[in-house]
Design a protein around this ligand. Structure first.
Ligand SMILES: [Mg+2]
Ligand SMILES: [Zn+2]
Length: 195
């Protein structure tokens, strides 16, 4: 049976937006992220991180560094009783750096490649799934992948909302203060739809 998933952006949504994370010491998970993901775990939803990390293509850090940061993320969440089902990242950039990372790939958000990869590997019901992020590009990703979108007021959220919303082609399906509020709303909304 296909599962429902909440796809979650990393920087600015699950962890603080501090620019390029070139070392685990710069990576700080929001205190509400573990409770949010625990809620998904307990409600039978998949929790999947999808993130662009073009710092690799730009030569700012290695792919190994991404893996270290993601180990730290998983550990931090596990220490607080929460479990991610998968993490997918894009390390490419279409016009900067050297091959193989300099690549006009299908996985750089808002292209839907990362979500498609998750669908192939995990079996996901896209119509019932959501993307949560702090940037308009996450709303575009949701649109491109065929999932619902939730926009959060953490990271770049408040600034993009205030200054750029007027030029957005698509509106998010849900606006929430942060990841925890978004997840709570998604789960209750889905429960209502099912009833
Ligand atoms: Mg972000
Ligand atoms: Zn890519």
């Amino acid at each position: 049976m296909k599962q429902r998933a909440v796809f979650i952006d990393r920087d600015g949504t699950i962890s603080e937006e501090v620019g390029y994370i070139n070392h685990p010491s710069r990576f700080h998970v929001f205190p509400y992220s573990a409770p949010a993901i625990k809620l998904l775990n307990e409600s039978g939803w998949l929790a999947i991180v999808v993130t662009n990390q073009a710092g690799v293509a730009r030569g700012y850090f290695s792919e190994e560094m991404i893996k270290r940061v993601h180990e730290q993320l998983k550990q931090d969440l596990e220490n607080n009783g929460a479990r991610l089902d998968a993490i997918y990242y894009c390390a490419h950039h279409p016009s900067v750096g050297e091959p193989p990372y300099r690549l006009d790939c299908d996985c750089r958000k808002p292209k839907p490649g990362l979500i498609r990869q998750a669908v192939e590997e995990l079996g996901i019901d896209l119509e019932k799934s959501w993307m949560v992020g702090d940037r308009y590009s996450d709303v575009e990703l949701a649109r491109n992948a065929g999932v619902h979108s939730a926009f959060v007021m953490s990271g770049y959220g408040p600034g993009e909302w205030e200054h750029q919303r007027g030029s957005w082609k698509y509106q998010p399906d849900l606006i929430a203060k942060n990841l925890l509020e978004a997840v709570a709303a998604i789960i209750s909304e889905q429960a209502e739809t099912k009833a």
